[in-house]
Write a protein that binds this ligand. Structure first.
Ligand SMILES: NC(=O)c1ccc[n+]([C@@H]2O[C@H](COP(=O)([O-])OP(=O)(O)OC[C@H]3O[C@@H](n4cnc5c(N)ncnc54)[C@H](OP(=O)(O)O)[C@@H]3O)[C@@H](O)[C@H]2O)c1
Length: 333
């Protein structure tokens, strides 16, 4: 049995597709979602036109439902990883495998420290999923599930492939996770802009903020001897240059990047809206921590963390691109 711990966007989508393809899946999540799924069922759609229903699955409110699992997919936000790790440690079978399908670079390590047995495998979800209500979860962009190469996954490869979510195996998973961090640096910029992702990325001033945070991160990674993997058509080192071009040029050369639902926002924007703790500490905060470890400053990412922290603490406001750029880099005009 596969158990999804943290039935939200990613958990319901990945677990639902596995269930739709015949896997036995149990979800652990909140009562509000259990009620929604009981009323409407669980339906998974994607940008290519897939539209499937998960015929049979069980839903529990407590992590103890993972006691019989052979494979656990952890899909909570990073702030909940430690708590989930401790709950899982009390119930998991000795041979159960765990995959972290979370953003951030250390969630699998946090899980493994609590669960032991070297049983946790780092994963990365490159596509975005939104909850459209009434039991519908939609994959809005392309990409395959990326996981650290591990022979114990061979038993599950066919189930993921049958679900339309084949596993891509990586020998250097930290490089993949850091490459995702580079992209996720936009989550905070988007949340601070108060705009949908598409409207934000169409404005050069916001892109300059993202480019500055990425450039700083690339410098820190270089100093730490980490080469981020290539997970986008453009190599990671060229991303800041692409972001810096004028709006008319960007709209043309980055047309694919702008193929976003016009109302979609980053999940960090949603977290702020709902008064939840964001993942900023696991994204920009990781850059600041790595910078400190290699003796480099990371003032731009540190400033992003503090602006999001202010917003989490009730000081939320919408920044124009020029205001945000000045706040992050001191640049004006
Ligand atoms: N959404 C995307 O498109 C996307 C794409 C790539 C990667 N990711 C990453 O994937 C991870 C999951 O993101 P998501 O968007 O799927 O998050 P999400 O929608 O918030 O789903 C997580 C769910 O787990 C629940 N939860 C937390 N602790 C729990 C516990 N102890 N027991 C049961 N349920 C619990 C949460 O409830 P509460 O909210 O009530 O705590 C929430 O409903 C994050 O690291 C995110 O950065 C997301």
């Amino acid at each position: 049995m596969i158990c999804v711990v943290g039935a939200g966007n990613i958990g319901c989508y990945v677990g639902g597709r596995l269930a739709a393809a015949g896997a036995e899946v149990t979800f652990v999540g909140r009562q509000r979602l259990a009620d929604e799924l009981r009323e409407h069922g669980l339906r998974l759609t994607d940008y290519r036109g897939a539209d499937v229903r998960a015929p049979l699955f069980s839903f529990a409110a407590d992590v103890s439902a993972a006691a019989d699992a052979d494979l656990v997919l952890v899909t909570v936000k990073s702030a909940a990883t430690q708590e989930v790790a401790e709950s899982l440690a009390a119930v998991l079978q000795p041979n159960a495998l765990v995959i972290s399908l979370q953003n951030g670079v250390h969630n699998a390590e946090v899980l493994d420290a609590a669960l032991g047995n070297g049983r946790t495998i780092a994963g990365m979800v490159p596509f975005n999923v939104v909850h459209r209500g009434e039991g519908v979860f939609h994959q809005g962009s392309e990409g395959e599930l990326e996981v650290a190469r591990d022979q114990r996954l061979a038993a599950y490869g066919p189930a993921f492939a049958a679900a339309g979510l084949p596993l891509t195996l990586h020998d250097d998973m930290p490089a993949v996770l850091w490459a995702k961090v580079l992209l996720n640096l936009n989550n905070a910029i988007n949340a601070l802009s108060g705009l949908p992702l598409k409207a934000e990325l169409e404005q050069r001033e916001y892109r300059a903020c993202l480019a500055a945070a990425q450039k700083e991160t690339l410098g820190v990674l270089k100093a730490a001897g980490i080469r981020p993997a290539k997970i986008t058509p453009l190599p990671p080192t060229l991303l800041p240059t692409l972001l810096g071009v004028p709006d008319v040029v960007f709209r043309r050369v980055a047309a694919r990047m702008l193929e976003i639902d016009p109302i979609a926002r980053s999940s960090m924007a949603d977290d702020l809206e709902l008064g939840r703790r964001t993942e900023v500490d696991w994204i920009n905060g990781e850059v600041v921590r790595l910078a400190a470890a290699v003796g480099r400053p990371a003032p731009i990412n540190a400033r992003v963390v503090s602006l999001i922290r202010d917003a989490e603490n009730g000081g939320r406001r919408d920044w124009t691109g020029a205001e945000l750029r000045a706040a992050l880099t001191g640049a004006t005009g």
